[in-house]
Design a binder for this molecule. Sequence first.
Ligand code: AMP
Length: 197
Amino acid sequence: MTHNSNKVVIFLGPPGAGKGTQAERLAREHGLVQISTGDILRDHVARGTELGQQVKPIMEAGQLLSDHLLIALIRDRLAAMGPVRVIFDGFPRTQAQAEALDLLLEELGAPVNSVPLLEVPDQTLIDRIVERGRQATARGEQARSDDTEETARKRQQVYREQTQPLIEHYQRRGHLYTVDGVGTMDEVYGRIVSGLK
Ligand code: AMP
């Protein structure tokens, strides 16, 4: 497999659908770089940087940060790459972010290849998020402060209002395919890989 041509995969799906876990494996096995905006931001919060201090309360409330901030962050990451071989997980999340990303990728000559949409029933999502928080605590780790039932519901609502419209954005361009996100990690991974272009 050649790993020197551009490839862009965007994971779509609600919070708790398994985007992070699946994107991590896909990146590892396909020679791609995972860009998880949530992880990048949590790292800033953990290090107590100026940006981290600024975004912490917004993340804890389950709200989205400004498009301007996220677009600048992504622009910097992409500019630092040779061939653009990337999996986005958690970006774009709004129409403005999707349009900005289209432009950025056009400038770089690296169009979107595939957009898997992970589908999982609402209550399963909440259960998974609450369980993720519980397990982190049981391992003696710091659970994500937004992995509570109340904030999970808020994040779901924000997803429905602001991110779900992107399904149509990528459907119109012929990039989107839906993946049943219920099953073992291997089963879901197999479905994702079989739909990749
Ligand atoms: P995630 O780990 O992807 O669920 O992201 C955790 C939190 O980080 C979100 O609830 C937002 O507060 C913030 N965040 C991550 N990505 C974005 C984005 N693309 N646009 C706005 N806010 C974001």
